[in-house]
Ligand binder design. Sequence first.
Ligand SMILES: NC(=O)c1ccc[n+]([C@@H]2O[C@H](COP(=O)([O-])OP(=O)(O)OC[C@H]3O[C@@H](n4cnc5c(N)ncnc54)[C@H](OP(=O)(O)O)[C@@H]3O)[C@@H](O)[C@H]2O)c1
Length: 275
Amino acid sequence: MTILVTGATGTVGRQIVAQLVERGAPVRALTRNPAAARLPGSVEVAYGDLTEPRSLTPALEGVTALHLITVGGNSYADYAPLQTGPEIVALAAKAGVRRVSVLGGWDETSVEEALRASDLGWTQLLCVEFMANAFEWAESIRDEGVVRVFGDHPGVVVHEADIAAVAVAALVEEGHAGRSYELTGPQALTPAERVRLIGEAVGRQIRFEELSADEYRASMRAAGESDELIEFAVQLGANPPAASSIVQPTVEQVIGRPARTFAQWAVEHADAFRR
Ligand SMILES: NC(=O)c1ccc[n+]([C@@H]2O[C@H](COP(=O)([O-])OP(=O)(O)OC[C@H]3O[C@@H](n4cnc5c(N)ncnc54)[C@H](OP(=O)(O)O)[C@@H]3O)[C@@H](O)[C@H]2O)c1
Protein backbone atom coordinates (compact mmCIF):
# COMPACT_ATOMS: atom_id res chain seq x y z
CA MET A 1 0.00 0.00 0.00
CA THR A 2 2.47 2.66 -1.15
CA ILE A 3 1.68 6.05 -2.69
CA LEU A 4 4.11 7.10 -5.43
CA VAL A 5 4.48 10.85 -6.03
CA THR A 6 5.99 12.02 -9.32
CA GLY A 7 7.25 15.60 -9.51
CA ALA A 8 8.09 15.04 -5.83
CA THR A 9 10.96 17.53 -5.86
CA GLY A 10 8.80 20.20 -7.53
CA THR A 11 6.64 23.00 -6.18
CA VAL A 12 3.47 20.97 -5.68
CA GLY A 13 5.04 17.53 -5.33
CA ARG A 14 7.06 18.54 -2.24
CA GLN A 15 3.85 19.67 -0.58
CA ILE A 16 2.09 16.42 -1.49
CA VAL A 17 4.95 14.40 0.00
CA ALA A 18 4.97 16.53 3.19
CA GLN A 19 1.20 16.22 3.67
CA LEU A 20 1.26 12.44 3.10
CA VAL A 21 4.09 12.11 5.66
CA GLU A 22 2.06 14.21 8.12
CA ARG A 23 -0.86 11.80 7.70
CA GLY A 24 1.45 8.83 8.30
CA ALA A 25 0.79 7.51 4.78
CA PRO A 26 3.46 5.29 3.16
CA VAL A 27 4.97 7.54 0.50
CA ARG A 28 7.64 7.03 -2.17
CA ALA A 29 9.04 10.03 -4.04
CA LEU A 30 10.13 9.79 -7.67
CA THR A 31 13.05 11.80 -9.02
CA ARG A 32 15.62 11.58 -11.78
CA ASN A 33 18.29 12.54 -9.28
CA PRO A 34 17.85 10.95 -5.83
CA ALA A 35 21.14 12.45 -4.56
CA ALA A 36 19.81 15.98 -5.08
CA ALA A 37 16.23 15.37 -3.92
CA ARG A 38 16.47 17.10 -0.45
CA LEU A 39 13.37 15.30 0.85
CA PRO A 40 12.70 14.47 4.53
CA GLY A 41 14.77 11.52 5.74
CA SER A 42 11.65 9.45 6.44
CA VAL A 43 10.67 9.51 2.75
CA GLU A 44 11.63 6.64 0.47
CA VAL A 45 13.19 8.16 -2.64
CA ALA A 46 13.13 6.20 -5.92
CA TYR A 47 14.82 6.83 -9.23
CA GLY A 48 12.67 7.12 -12.33
CA ASP A 49 12.37 9.12 -15.54
CA LEU A 50 8.87 9.64 -16.94
CA THR A 51 10.27 9.93 -20.46
CA GLU A 52 11.78 6.43 -20.04
CA PRO A 53 8.80 4.44 -18.79
CA ARG A 54 10.75 1.21 -18.24
CA SER A 55 12.78 3.03 -15.58
CA LEU A 56 9.58 3.33 -13.51
CA THR A 57 9.06 -0.40 -12.90
CA PRO A 58 11.00 -0.62 -9.61
CA ALA A 59 9.41 2.59 -8.27
CA LEU A 60 5.90 1.25 -9.03
CA GLU A 61 6.36 -1.97 -7.08
CA GLY A 62 3.63 -2.29 -4.43
CA VAL A 63 2.08 1.06 -5.39
CA THR A 64 -1.71 1.42 -5.11
CA ALA A 65 -2.03 5.20 -5.55
CA LEU A 66 -0.05 7.43 -7.89
CA HIS A 67 0.28 11.20 -8.32
CA LEU A 68 1.29 12.11 -11.87
CA ILE A 69 2.66 15.20 -13.53
CA THR A 70 2.33 15.51 -17.30
CA VAL A 71 5.59 17.17 -18.29
CA GLY A 72 9.15 15.96 -18.52
CA GLY A 73 11.89 18.53 -18.72
CA ASN A 74 14.53 20.39 -16.84
CA SER A 75 13.23 23.91 -16.52
CA TYR A 76 10.17 26.12 -16.83
CA ALA A 77 11.16 26.88 -20.42
CA ASP A 78 11.43 23.16 -21.13
CA TYR A 79 8.01 21.97 -19.96
CA ALA A 80 7.75 19.34 -22.68
CA PRO A 81 4.43 17.46 -22.59
CA LEU A 82 5.04 13.77 -21.91
CA GLN A 83 4.58 11.49 -24.92
CA THR A 84 4.80 8.37 -22.78
CA GLY A 85 1.32 8.40 -21.19
CA PRO A 86 0.20 5.02 -22.58
CA GLU A 87 3.31 3.22 -21.29
CA ILE A 88 3.19 4.93 -17.87
CA VAL A 89 -0.51 4.13 -17.40
CA ALA A 90 -0.08 0.51 -18.58
CA LEU A 91 2.81 -0.01 -16.12
CA ALA A 92 0.78 1.55 -13.31
CA ALA A 93 -2.21 -0.70 -14.02
CA LYS A 94 0.05 -3.76 -14.16
CA ALA A 95 1.63 -2.82 -10.82
CA GLY A 96 -1.81 -2.69 -9.15
CA VAL A 97 -2.36 1.07 -8.97
CA ARG A 98 -6.04 1.86 -8.32
CA ARG A 99 -6.11 5.62 -7.70
CA VAL A 100 -4.36 8.33 -9.70
CA SER A 101 -4.29 12.09 -9.31
CA VAL A 102 -2.95 14.02 -12.27
CA LEU A 103 -1.78 17.62 -12.29
CA GLY A 104 -1.41 18.81 -15.84
CA GLY A 105 -1.21 22.09 -17.70
CA TRP A 106 -3.88 23.77 -19.79
CA ASP A 107 -3.47 21.40 -22.70
CA GLU A 108 -4.07 17.73 -22.11
CA THR A 109 -1.22 15.38 -22.93
CA SER A 110 -0.82 11.69 -23.68
CA VAL A 111 -1.05 11.10 -19.90
CA GLU A 112 -4.67 12.31 -19.57
CA GLU A 113 -5.57 10.56 -22.84
CA ALA A 114 -4.20 7.26 -21.59
CA LEU A 115 -5.92 7.63 -18.22
CA ARG A 116 -9.24 8.31 -19.95
CA ALA A 117 -8.86 5.10 -21.91
CA SER A 118 -7.91 3.07 -18.80
CA ASP A 119 -9.89 1.42 -16.01
CA LEU A 120 -7.98 3.32 -13.31
CA GLY A 121 -9.88 5.60 -10.93
CA TRP A 122 -8.32 8.97 -11.68
CA THR A 123 -8.85 12.56 -10.63
CA GLN A 124 -7.82 15.53 -12.73
CA LEU A 125 -6.48 18.65 -11.00
CA LEU A 126 -6.68 21.78 -13.12
CA CYS A 127 -5.09 25.08 -12.07
CA VAL A 128 -4.69 28.32 -13.95
CA GLU A 129 -1.69 29.64 -12.07
CA PHE A 130 0.23 28.75 -8.92
CA MET A 131 0.85 31.43 -6.27
CA ALA A 132 4.48 30.25 -6.38
CA ASN A 133 4.89 31.76 -9.84
CA ALA A 134 5.44 35.02 -7.92
CA PHE A 135 8.95 33.71 -7.12
CA GLU A 136 9.77 34.88 -10.67
CA TRP A 137 9.60 38.41 -9.25
CA ALA A 138 11.91 37.72 -6.30
CA GLU A 139 15.18 38.80 -7.92
CA SER A 140 13.95 42.18 -9.20
CA ILE A 141 12.18 42.84 -5.89
CA ARG A 142 15.33 42.05 -3.88
CA ASP A 143 17.70 43.90 -6.22
CA GLU A 144 15.64 46.88 -7.41
CA GLY A 145 12.37 46.94 -5.43
CA VAL A 146 10.41 46.64 -8.66
CA VAL A 147 8.24 44.17 -10.59
CA ARG A 148 7.85 44.52 -14.36
CA VAL A 149 4.95 42.65 -15.86
CA PHE A 150 3.13 42.53 -19.18
CA GLY A 151 -0.65 42.45 -18.69
CA ASP A 152 -2.35 43.33 -15.42
CA HIS A 153 -5.40 41.07 -15.58
CA PRO A 154 -6.88 39.46 -12.48
CA GLY A 155 -5.90 35.82 -11.94
CA VAL A 156 -7.23 33.23 -9.50
CA VAL A 157 -3.81 32.10 -8.30
CA VAL A 158 -3.96 29.01 -6.08
CA HIS A 159 -1.73 28.06 -3.13
CA GLU A 160 0.46 25.02 -3.79
CA ALA A 161 -0.46 23.53 -0.40
CA ASP A 162 -4.14 23.59 -1.41
CA ILE A 163 -3.43 21.84 -4.71
CA ALA A 164 -1.50 19.28 -2.69
CA ALA A 165 -4.31 18.88 -0.15
CA VAL A 166 -6.77 18.10 -2.95
CA ALA A 167 -4.29 15.64 -4.51
CA VAL A 168 -3.86 13.92 -1.13
CA ALA A 169 -7.64 13.63 -0.73
CA ALA A 170 -7.86 12.07 -4.20
CA LEU A 171 -5.04 9.64 -3.37
CA VAL A 172 -6.23 8.46 0.05
CA GLU A 173 -10.03 8.85 0.07
CA GLU A 174 -12.90 7.27 -1.83
CA GLY A 175 -15.21 9.45 -3.92
CA HIS A 176 -12.86 11.44 -6.15
CA ALA A 177 -12.44 9.07 -9.11
CA GLY A 178 -13.75 10.40 -12.40
CA ARG A 179 -13.79 13.98 -11.11
CA SER A 180 -12.14 16.95 -12.76
CA TYR A 181 -11.37 19.63 -10.18
CA GLU A 182 -10.73 23.25 -11.18
CA LEU A 183 -8.63 24.61 -8.34
CA THR A 184 -8.39 28.33 -7.63
CA GLY A 185 -7.52 30.61 -4.78
CA PRO A 186 -10.27 32.55 -2.98
CA GLN A 187 -9.80 35.82 -4.95
CA ALA A 188 -8.96 37.03 -8.45
CA LEU A 189 -5.96 39.32 -8.00
CA THR A 190 -4.08 41.36 -10.58
CA PRO A 191 -0.27 41.18 -10.57
CA ALA A 192 -0.25 44.74 -9.17
CA GLU A 193 -2.43 43.61 -6.25
CA ARG A 194 -0.17 40.61 -5.61
CA VAL A 195 2.89 42.85 -5.67
CA ARG A 196 1.25 45.15 -3.11
CA LEU A 197 0.57 42.15 -0.83
CA ILE A 198 4.19 41.00 -1.13
CA GLY A 199 5.25 44.55 -0.22
CA GLU A 200 3.06 44.46 2.90
CA ALA A 201 4.50 41.06 3.89
CA VAL A 202 8.08 42.26 3.41
CA GLY A 203 7.46 45.71 4.92
CA ARG A 204 8.73 47.54 1.87
CA GLN A 205 7.12 49.56 -0.91
CA ILE A 206 7.54 47.70 -4.21
CA ARG A 207 7.06 49.50 -7.52
CA PHE A 208 4.89 47.94 -10.20
CA GLU A 209 5.67 48.69 -13.84
CA GLU A 210 3.51 47.50 -16.69
CA LEU A 211 5.53 46.67 -19.79
CA SER A 212 4.39 47.09 -23.39
CA ALA A 213 4.27 43.91 -25.49
CA ASP A 214 7.53 44.89 -27.21
CA GLU A 215 9.31 45.68 -23.94
CA TYR A 216 8.15 42.30 -22.61
CA ARG A 217 9.38 40.48 -25.73
CA ALA A 218 12.77 42.20 -25.37
CA SER A 219 13.06 41.25 -21.68
CA MET A 220 12.22 37.61 -22.40
CA ARG A 221 14.65 37.53 -25.33
CA ALA A 222 17.37 38.90 -23.03
CA ALA A 223 16.56 36.08 -20.59
CA GLY A 224 17.23 33.59 -23.40
CA GLU A 225 13.63 32.39 -23.85
CA SER A 226 12.59 30.77 -27.12
CA ASP A 227 10.49 32.68 -29.69
CA GLU A 228 7.72 30.12 -29.23
CA LEU A 229 7.54 30.66 -25.46
CA ILE A 230 7.75 34.46 -25.89
CA GLU A 231 4.77 34.59 -28.27
CA PHE A 232 2.80 32.18 -26.05
CA ALA A 233 3.44 34.42 -23.02
CA VAL A 234 2.55 37.60 -24.94
CA GLN A 235 -0.75 36.11 -26.14
CA LEU A 236 -1.52 34.94 -22.62
CA GLY A 237 -0.70 38.33 -21.10
CA ALA A 238 -2.86 40.16 -23.67
CA ASN A 239 -5.83 37.77 -23.70
CA PRO A 240 -5.96 35.52 -20.66
CA PRO A 241 -8.62 32.78 -20.80
CA ALA A 242 -11.92 33.62 -19.10
CA ALA A 243 -11.37 30.84 -16.52
CA SER A 244 -8.30 32.63 -15.20
CA SER A 245 -10.45 35.19 -13.35
CA ILE A 246 -13.30 32.99 -12.09
CA VAL A 247 -13.06 31.88 -8.46
CA GLN A 248 -14.14 28.25 -7.98
CA PRO A 249 -15.36 26.77 -4.67
CA THR A 250 -13.66 23.42 -5.33
CA VAL A 251 -10.78 23.60 -2.83
CA GLU A 252 -13.12 24.22 0.09
CA GLN A 253 -15.60 21.61 -1.16
CA VAL A 254 -12.91 18.92 -1.30
CA ILE A 255 -10.78 19.71 1.76
CA GLY A 256 -13.43 21.24 4.00
CA ARG A 257 -11.75 24.57 4.74
CA PRO A 258 -11.33 27.79 2.77
CA ALA A 259 -8.63 28.07 0.15
CA ARG A 260 -5.51 29.87 1.38
CA THR A 261 -5.14 33.54 0.38
CA PHE A 262 -2.29 35.19 -1.50
CA ALA A 263 -1.72 37.42 1.54
CA GLN A 264 -1.00 34.23 3.54
CA TRP A 265 1.33 32.94 0.81
CA ALA A 266 3.23 36.25 0.79
CA VAL A 267 3.77 36.16 4.57
CA GLU A 268 4.93 32.52 4.43
CA HIS A 269 7.49 33.34 1.73
CA ALA A 270 8.44 36.93 2.66
CA ASP A 271 12.11 36.01 3.22
CA ALA A 272 12.51 35.10 -0.47
CA PHE A 273 11.69 38.72 -1.36
CA ARG A 274 13.95 40.37 1.25
CA ARG A 275 17.43 41.63 0.54
N1 LIG B 1 3.24 26.72 -12.59
C1 LIG B 1 1.95 26.85 -12.87
O1 LIG B 1 1.33 27.94 -12.75
C2 LIG B 1 1.17 25.65 -13.34
C3 LIG B 1 -0.18 25.83 -13.62
C4 LIG B 1 -0.93 24.70 -13.99
C5 LIG B 1 -0.33 23.46 -14.07
N2 LIG B 1 1.00 23.31 -13.81
C6 LIG B 1 1.53 21.90 -13.88
O2 LIG B 1 1.89 21.43 -12.58
C7 LIG B 1 2.74 20.28 -12.71
C8 LIG B 1 3.80 20.30 -11.64
O3 LIG B 1 4.49 21.52 -11.69
P1 LIG B 1 5.44 22.02 -10.52
O4 LIG B 1 5.54 23.51 -10.73
O5 LIG B 1 5.01 21.49 -9.20
O6 LIG B 1 6.81 21.33 -10.89
P2 LIG B 1 8.26 22.01 -10.87
O7 LIG B 1 8.46 22.72 -9.59
O8 LIG B 1 8.46 22.72 -12.15
O9 LIG B 1 9.20 20.73 -10.86
C9 LIG B 1 9.24 19.85 -11.94
C10 LIG B 1 9.17 18.44 -11.38
O10 LIG B 1 9.04 17.55 -12.46
C11 LIG B 1 9.96 16.50 -12.29
N3 LIG B 1 10.32 16.01 -13.62
C12 LIG B 1 10.58 16.78 -14.72
N4 LIG B 1 10.89 15.95 -15.75
C13 LIG B 1 10.81 14.69 -15.29
C14 LIG B 1 11.02 13.42 -15.90
N5 LIG B 1 11.39 13.30 -17.18
N6 LIG B 1 10.86 12.31 -15.14
C15 LIG B 1 10.51 12.42 -13.81
N7 LIG B 1 10.29 13.59 -13.19
C16 LIG B 1 10.45 14.72 -13.92
C17 LIG B 1 11.12 17.09 -11.55
O11 LIG B 1 11.76 16.05 -10.84
P3 LIG B 1 13.38 15.79 -10.81
O12 LIG B 1 14.05 16.99 -11.44
O13 LIG B 1 13.68 15.63 -9.34
O14 LIG B 1 13.54 14.53 -11.59
C18 LIG B 1 10.40 18.05 -10.59
O15 LIG B 1 9.99 17.36 -9.43
C19 LIG B 1 3.23 20.30 -14.14
O16 LIG B 1 2.58 19.21 -14.83
C20 LIG B 1 2.78 21.67 -14.69
O17 LIG B 1 2.45 21.60 -16.06
C21 LIG B 1 1.75 24.38 -13.43
